[in-house]
Structures are given as C-alpha cells and as structure tokens.
Unconditional design. Structure first.
Lengths: 110, 114
C-alpha cells in the first residue's frame, strides 16, 4: 500500500518563500507529482520528480529524495493567487495509478 | 483541445435515486480515471480504464457504483441507489499513456444526495 503525509494547513506572507513537505511510504514507486487545486476547481499539474534532486520551474521548485521517502514543493515570491491546496501524489511501480495525500491548504496573506 | 469535459457540473438528488455522471476525456488519451474527493478522505481513485477496458476497480466503494466506457470518447459513473454519504466531488481525469504521463482533470461534478 501507499501512505502519504503532508501538513494540513500552512500560512505565509505575500512575497515570501514557503516549503511544503511530503513524506511517503510505498510498496512500489515510480515518481512523485505535485498538483495545485484552487477552491472549487480541479487539480492542475505542477511538477513531477522521479530522480533524486531539485526540479525548478519558474517560481516553483520540487525536490525528491527516494531513499528518505521525502519530497518538498518550494514556492518563491508568493502571490495572493498561490492560495490553494497543494496535493502530493505518488505513482505506483506499474506507472498507471496515482495515490494522493490529503493536501496542504496554503493561505497567503498580504 | 477543450480538456476533459464532465457533466453535469452540479447534481442534487434524493436518497435512493439513480445518479449518472459523464466524462469526455481529452482526444487521443488512452487512460481515463474516476476520482472522488471529500473533506474526510481526500482524493481517492475509484476506477480507471485503458483503451476503454476497466483495469482496476478496487477503489469502487460498493456494488451501488458502476462505471462504463463504451468508446474512447465517453465514460459514465453510475450510482444506484444513491445515499447521502455519496455526496462528494467526482473528478474524471485522462492521460496519454502510463508511466510519467500527467493526468489532466476535468472540472468535476459536485454531487449532493439529500
């Protein structure tokens, strides 16, 4: 099975940097995804990591350590529109199923 | 492309009634996924199809739930009879292939069973 943990809520200030952590325990692993979900909307893809290290994409970066079962999403220069839930999800070994964590609700304050 | 299309966007029904949710995946995508999202349980995979064939339905809660994919451009998720605990947002997603392919989500159907 797969077990994914991430904080329920976080608060940060506009313009600051925030790191959202995700730890996972899985019997099979073929990569880790981060999705963003604004209230009342569908999840949208942010990033994918399969190898250890940091992937940078504009203001967003994602890190993975397979040996530690750990990932984080780093958001820089926070904007009010970044207020959303951020979902961590692991891909199974066969590469055909995602298991999602409960999501971290990020509130960005002025 | 219009993205994944779902209908209806909102559904309010009474306990015991049949509910049918519909999904049109992105053209050319081989995989289609049905998810359910609630505050208590988060986003859960119910069932997924590959080339119109159901592959894994282990997430389907019980026999009241059924899903079909009669062709590459259409899928349904049916609940019969519906119960208040089925109230949730139901998302359909599709992807091009397995592996590292991104899943693209539809806007979801908000279901309320009274």
């Amino acid at each position: 099975g797969q077990n994914i943990d991430q904080p329920t809520e976080m608060t940060a200030t506009e313009g600051a940097i925030v790191q959202i952590n995700c730890t996972y325990q899985t019997s099979g692993f073929n990569g880790l995804f981060w999705y963003q979900q604004h209230a009342g909307e569908a999840p949208t893809f942010l990033s994918y990591n399969v190898l250890d290290g940091l992937e940078e994409k504009g203001r967003f970066s994602s890190f993975l350590s397979r040996s530690k079962g750990y990932s984080y999403l780093l958001l820089k220069e926070l904007q009010m529109k970044d207020s959303a839930s951020y979902l961590c999800a692991t891909m199974n070994n066969a590469g055909n199923m995602l298991t999602f964590g409960g999501g971290t609700r990020l509130m960005v304050k002025p | 492309d219009a993205g994944v299309i779902q209908s209806p966007r909102h559904e309010v029904t009474e306990m015991g009634q049949e509910v049918t949710l519909r999904c049109k995946p992105i053209s050319g995508h081989d995989y289609l996924f049905w998810y359910r999202q609630t505050m208590m349980r988060g986003l859960e995979l119910l069932i997924y199809f590959n080339n119109n064939v159901p592959i894994d339905d282990s997430g389907m809660p019980e026999d009241r739930f059924s899903a079909k994919m009669p062709n590459a451009s259409f899928s349904t998720l049916k609940i019969q009879p519906s119960e208040p605990r089925d109230s949730a947002v139901y998302f359909c997603a599709s992807s091009l292939a397995e592996g590292q392919e991104t899943q693209y989500f539809g806007p979801g159907t908000r279901l309320l069973v009274l």
